[in-house]
Design a protein around this ligand. Structure first.
Ligand code: ADP
Length: 524
């Protein structure tokens, strides 16, 4: 009875152990136990699933089949891995290897997957081994993705038009892209490991080492060379004007400096040419203005003499000349006087901006009042009504701006229609655009002088700003056609633009811009 009881207990313990064994086995990834000859002794549920998923047959993967032979005899796409596995299993069974590891791709029927094969020897007199296939597809795909994105970034950096140099804390070059090779004429193998100063002109190298040490103590992303001239040195010794951006990245235990280098040789050449052209233009403009001034000044004297002698002729020989001759003399005097007027206009025009007046802060309302004061007679005669919005202060030449308003308001009075003139002056603040000629200015005042006069055909909006160009005859409206040309010159001297909008019979509006926040420092 007691024996029976003991036997029963042993049986129960054995059953418990078997349950525990298969529970542990089933908790593992695809696992099979093979004997010393390679015959499969035990498999778990994951193994069955692995075999099913891969469409393997029972005879090759099931209990009792010889796994070693299965591997040796494998054919098809993955057979080289199967043979490597067989060799590994054999080495483990033969005691040559303590553990065998193999990562392999598996073209399962519906998707590409990757597995790691682990073969562990079984200790004990019977030998054998435990074989495990662990699915590592997720990890392999992640690694592949990482490799691909690394590749992509490497390509981006390689084809970047800017030169990119990476230096370590000691200023040694650890990476350069193709643009660096092109800019500096070195092969990258000649640069890697060298100090970055090799790319600088000789006379700047020592100073750069100090700069670099300084930058290392307080690294921050910044642009170099903006506004100043930075130079690199080509392998052939030629100096290259460059712009450099710096950025620092902490990687592992290293602080790396990235330099982004742009070769600005072409831009510099163009800038230099442009500068030369501008200087030539300024010189020829100054010569032209000087010529206009001298010519008109010198012409006045003989003209005055002609007019004077003609008038003398008329007075002294009135009795001896017939009516026809007197009429000719009168016309000649009128012509000479008109020519004097034109010459005076040219003088006025060439005088604009020739005084090199210092810029001051000018209250536009004061300037407009002065202009209106000069126009009192015309305003009273025409019964004009002139209204002003609040007007700002700007930086400019007060006398020229008075002349500008006087010309524009004067035209509004002169080119009036049937009803008495109504002129309105206003100003609006706006952000400056790229097309404005106000370097360094963010805000612009746009001034507006609007009248209710006869207007003009909008196709002539450009023409009226040219010297001596008029749309009306002198009999209709007196004038020489110089007023708007002077306005244009005054505004351009202030760095602004002037234009007009009009329709016949609808009145005209003249606009011009002036910078809003320029400090009074230049002269015009
Ligand atoms: P002027 O007034 O001596 O003719 P301007 O240069 O001031 O010379 O003007 C050129 C031409 O532009 C004028 O002859 C006229 O035809 C046209 N113009 C100028 N201002 C106005 C205006 N406010 N209304 C209509 N036409 C104008």
């Amino acid at each position: 009875m007691a024996l029976n009881h003991k036997y029963g207990q042993t049986e129960q313990t054995l059953a418990q152990l078997t349950d525990q064994h298969s529970a542990i086995l089933n908790a593992l990834p695809a696992t099979a136990v093979i004997d010393q000859q390679g015959y499969i002794q035990e498999i778990n549920t994951a193994w069955i699933q692995f075999a099913t998923e891969n469409d393997y047959e029972d005879q090759t993967y099931g209990l009792g089949s010889n796994y070693l032979e299965t591997c040796w005899q494998a054919t098809g796409a993955d057979s080289q891995y199967a043979r490597a596995a067989a060799a590994g299993i054999q080495a483990v069974l033969g005691g040559e290897e303590k553990l065998f590891n193999l990562e392999y791709p598996c073209h399962s029927p519906w998707e590409q997957r990757w597995f790691r094969l682990i073969v562990n020897p079984l200790t004990g007199p019977k030998g054998g081994a435990v074989i495990m296939h662990i699915n590592i597809t997720e990890r392999v795909l992640a690694e592949q993705g990482l490799r691909e994105s690394e590749e992509k970034f490497r390509t981006f950096i390689e084809v970047a038009p800017e030169g990119i140099i990476i230096t370590n804390q000691d200023g040694q070059i650890t990476f350069v892209n193709a643009a660096v090779e092109k800019i500096f004429g070195y092969e990258r193998t000649e640069l890697i490991g060298k100090s970055v100063e090799v790319l600088l002109p000789e006379h700047l190298r020592a100073m750069h080492v100090a700069y670099r040490a300084d930058y290392q103590t307080m690294p921050h992303n910044r642009e170099m060379g903006i506004g100043s001239d930075l130079l690199g040195c080509h392998k052939n010794g030629n100096l290259i004007p460059v712009e450099i951006g710096l950025a620092t990245v902490a990687m592992a235990d290293q602080l790396l400096t990235l330099s982004f280098i742009t070769d600005i040789s072409v831009r510099k050449r163009i800038e230099k040419k442009l500068q030369q052209h501008m200087e030539e233009l300024a010189r020829s403009n100054a010569e032209l203005a000087q010529f206009a001034y001298i010519a008109s000044h010198d012409l006045q004297e003989p003209l005055r003499a002609i007019a004077g002698y003609l008038q003398f002729l008329e007075r002294g020989y009135r009795d001896k000349l017939d009516d026809r001759a007197l009429k000719f003399i009168n016309s000649s005097v009128a012509g000479a006087q008109r020519m004097q007027g034109l010459i005076n206009d040219i003088l006025d025009y060439s005088r604009v901006g020739s005084r090199n007046q210092a810029l001051t802060t000018v209250e536009i309302s004061t300037v407009v009042k002065a202009a209106l004061n000069n126009l009192t007679a015309a305003i009273n005669d025409s019964d004009a009504e002139i209204s002003l919005d609040p007007l700002p202060a700007v930086v400019g030449d007060g006398a020229l701006l008075t002349q500008l308003f006087q010309n524009l308001i004067g035209n509004g009075l002169k080119f009036r229609g049937e009803s008495p003139p109504r002129i309105h002056i206003s100003a609006q603040l706006a952000a400056s655009t790229e097309n404005d000629h106000h370097p360094g200015t963010d805000k612009l005042w746009t001034f507006c002088v609007a009248d209710n006069g006869i207007g003009f055909d909008p196709q002539y909006t450009d023409r009226i700003f040219r010297i001596f160009q008029r749309l009306h005859t002198r009999d209709e409206y007196p004038g020489a056609g110089i007023g708007l040309a002077i306005c244009k010159k005054i505004i351009e001297r202030h760095g602004g633009q002037i234009w007009a909008e009009s329709e016949p019979g609808q009145g005209s509006t003249f606009f011009f811009t002036l910078p809003a926040d320029k400090l009074p420092q230049h002269s015009i």
